[in-house]
Structure formats: C-alpha cells, structure tokens
Ligand binder design. Structure first.
Ligand SMILES: Cc1cc2nc3c(=O)[nH]c(=O)nc-3n(C[C@H](O)[C@H](O)[C@H](O)COP(=O)(O)OP(=O)(O)OC[C@H]3O[C@@H](n4cnc5c(N)ncnc54)[C@H](O)[C@@H]3O)c2cc1C
Length: 373
C-alpha cells in the first residue's frame, strides 16, 4: 500500500479522495464509523469571507478551497450519488449591538477593499427585504459563502475515494507505530498490523495521542461545540444568518435550522448542557423571533481540534519524513477540506505547494512544538 490514512473524518477522507484520484493505493483506518466526530457535528458553513477579516495565513487556503468546491461537489455527486446539501444562498452577517456594528463595519471594509463584488452593506430595511423573518438589524451580505451538509460531504469524500479504488477500514483503531531502522513502516491496530510507505495522521482532536508515540508534542486542545436543530412547517430563512454575537442559524433541507454553537475549551465530553441549549435558542430567537414556534428536534456536541496558535498542522514529521500530520482545522475544517486534500497530496508526491506552508509546519517557531529527546 502507498498511503495509510489514520482518521475517517472530513480531513482524512478528502486526502484519501485526492490521492486515490491521482492513482495511489490508499487505505483509511477509522476507529468507529466514517465522520463520526467533529465532521458530523459541524454546521457546514463554507465561510471563507465571513470567517476572516484580516490577512490571516489561512485566508489564501480558505479562498482556494471555497473556489474548488463547485467542481469537487459535482465530481463527488457523479461518483457517489450522495447529496451533500449544497446551498449557495450566501451568508448574512448581522450586528445586534453598537459594538457588533463597529466590528461588522471593519469586517465589511476589509472585504470591500479586496473583493467588493462579493460583499454588500445592508440597512435594516434591506436586511428585512432579504430575510423577512430576521429582526431589523444592520447587516452585510457575503454572497458567495455557501454551505453544505457536513456529514454528507465527509462521507461523499470517503465514498469518492472508494470509487477510485481506496479502501476504508472502519471499527479499527490505530494505537502505535511499527519502526524499522529508525523508519516508521506501519501501524499497530486493534485488527492487526498494517504496513505502508507513507502514513497520514488525521485524527482531529485526538491526533496528539498518536503523535506522542512518534515523540512529537503538538500544542493542541479540544474545543467542544454544541448545536441544536429545530424544524418549521414553512421555511424561515434562505440564507445563513450569522450574528456578530457568535450565534448562527443555518437553513437545511426539509425546513430544518441548525443553531450553533458553543465553544467549551479542554472538553472531550460530547454531552450537551441544558444551559447551552437555552442560551443558543435565546440568541436565535432574538434574531429570528419566529423560531419560538418551531419544533425542537435535537441537540449534539462535537470536538473541534484547536491549536495553541490557531494554525492547523499540515506537514511532515521532522524526524520520520514519510509520516504526515494533518489536523487543527478548528472551526474551519469543512471549509478547508478541499484544499487540504490537494495540498497534502502534493506534499506526499513531493510537488511544490502553491501556498506558504511555513505557518502550518510541525516545526514552526512557536513554543511547544519541540520533539522530546
Ligand atoms: C459544533 C461545530 C460546528 C462546526 N461548524 C463548522 C462549519 O460550519 N464550517 C467548518 O468549516 N467547520 C466547522 N466545524 C469544524 C469542523 O467540524 C472540523 O474542523 C473538522 O470536522 C475536523 O475534521 P477532522 O477530520 O480533522 O476531525 P474529525 O471529524 O474529528 O475526525 C477525526 C477522525 O479520526 C478518528 N480517530 C481518532 N483517533 C483515531 C485512531 N487512533 N485510530 C483510528 N481513527 C481515529 C475519529 O474517530 C474521527 O472520526 C464545526 C465543528 C463543530 C464541533
């Protein structure tokens, strides 16, 4: 086997898809089911514009990933027949207080300077004209920030990879590595040992546990995110509504609305606190009062992989150059999945990557990335 990928979330699956398309022999090992963790908890926003308001190192990757999605999704649909809930209605950012208004103005000005064609400032009347159920607020419309069903997209990447010859081994946990003459040549799993030329570790928030086995300390921590969903008899929203207070409401198929999300650092517990549900619903009803008459569907939590400096880790292990670590996409892993698959495939093929990857390297000069001696 050419490449063994540990982790069947959206990151592992998108890498598998791209590598399989390029003709590599690929195996994905997942300790449970595909996309059972963060990748199924996500709201599915592809918010390249709404997420960034500065020249962040991730911005070029986010824009490239967003631009790649229409073709990637068409390709996945052709290969797998999986419906990923592609929605191009755009993202409406709202300011509910004076402070939020100022932040939104800054955000809008940033994008007006660099991509004026994709952003529009809205008076409260114009907001109401676009979304009549949204309480009158000032807003900005980010017309090309799309959204998808995150779980379906993750599964489609994996099935797309399988259609191109990759294998997926579910219910198989990797717990250690096999070393031969100072090289990593395979993995030890709950179903036996597997050998591969190259290994990609894409275990989301659980990556540090495996990285430790390779004497690599990653400065990462889990950030639990809780969401709720409600249903309504008729659609309440067309666009994704993202209030500057952190609350978002994402319209899905069958008149479902996903309302998110909390951010509880250092928690791996996928429990949902009652007060979080109350808080999320209260904020959502403040923005869209008609949500008060919706039907409560469910609540859930997922664990986002966050790093100390907020940058993902995408790169080769400093000592074992055939082992790659790809994680830490925090709240943008769905958005960044398409470009991550391409970048990591280029890295594995030793091709030039058309982005500055130094901020994401495993050895970047940020305290805490040292190898153990
Ligand atoms: C509430 C919430 C809302 C979000 N909303 C958005 C959004 O709107 N847009 C966006 O872009 N991002 C969003 N995100 C972030 C996004 O979900 C994550 O960045 C992304 O899913 C990370 O993908 P991943 O593949 O790295 O991790 P995961 O999806 O967590 O996958 C890691 C996989 O590795 C497996 N694994 C772990 N250890 C092992 C092992 N030892 N052996 C085998 N398998 C192993 C796990 O079982 C898991 O399936 C959200 C996240 C949350 C929690």
């Amino acid at each position: 086997m050419d490449v063994l990928i540990v982790g069947g979330g959206i990151i592992g699956s998108s890498i598998a898809f791209e590598l399989a398309k390029r003709g590599a022999s690929v195996v994905v090992i997942e300790r449970g089911e595909l996309a059972q963790e963060a990748s199924s908890a996500a709201a599915g926003m592809l918010g390249a514009h709404s997420e960034f308001s500065t020249d962040h190192p991730l911005l070029p990757l986010a824009l490239a990933s967003q631009a790649a999605f229409p073709a990637v999704i068409a390709e996945l649909r052709e290969l797998t027949n999986i419906e990923v809930g592609w929605n191009e209605a755009g993202m409406l950012k709202l300011a509910t207080t004076m402070e939020e208004y100022e932040k939104l103005t800054e955000h809008y000005e940033f994008w007006r300077r660099i991509q004026p064609q994709h952003v529009r400032w809205l008076t409260s009347k114009e907001v109401a004209d676009i979304e009549r159920n949204v309480r009158n607020e000032y807003g900005a419309m980010y017309t090309i920030d799309q959204q998808v069903n995150a779980k379906q997209l993750s599964v489609a990447f994996a099935h797309g990879a399988m259609a191109k010859g990759a294998r997926v081994l579910p219910y198989t946990e990797v717990y250690d590595f096999i070393f031969e003459r100072e090289r990593v040549v395979g993995v030890k799993t709950t179903s036996g040992t597997l050998y591969a030329e190259r290994i990609v570790i894409a275990c989301g928030a659980w990556t540090p546990m495996l990285a430790e086995k390779l004497r690599l300390s990653l400065h990462m921590y889990p950030v639990k995110g809780e969401c709720v969903s409600v249903t309504t008899e008729t659609p309440l929203l067309q666009t994704t509504v993202f209030a500057k207070n952190g609350c978002y409401i994402v319209p899905k198929a069958n008149n479902r609305l996903i309302i998110g999300a909390s951010a509880i650092a250092h928690s791996f517990a996928k429990t949902v606190q009652t007060c979080s549900v109350q808080h999320l619903l209260a904020r959502a009803m403040q923005i869209v009062p008609a949500i008060a008459h919706s039907t409560f569907e469910k609540a859930w939590a997922g664990i986002r992989p966050q790093t100390k400096d907020g940058m993902p880790y995408i790169g080769a292990h400093p000592q074992y150059e055939n082992v790659f670590v790809v994680t830490g996409h925090y709240r943008n892993g769905i958005l960044l999945s398409a470009i991550t698959g391409t970048i990591v495939s280029d890295m594995l093929e030793r091709k030039d990557v058309p982005f500055d990857m130094t901020p994401f390297s495993l050895t970047r000069k940020e305290e805490g990335h040292a190898l153990h001696h």
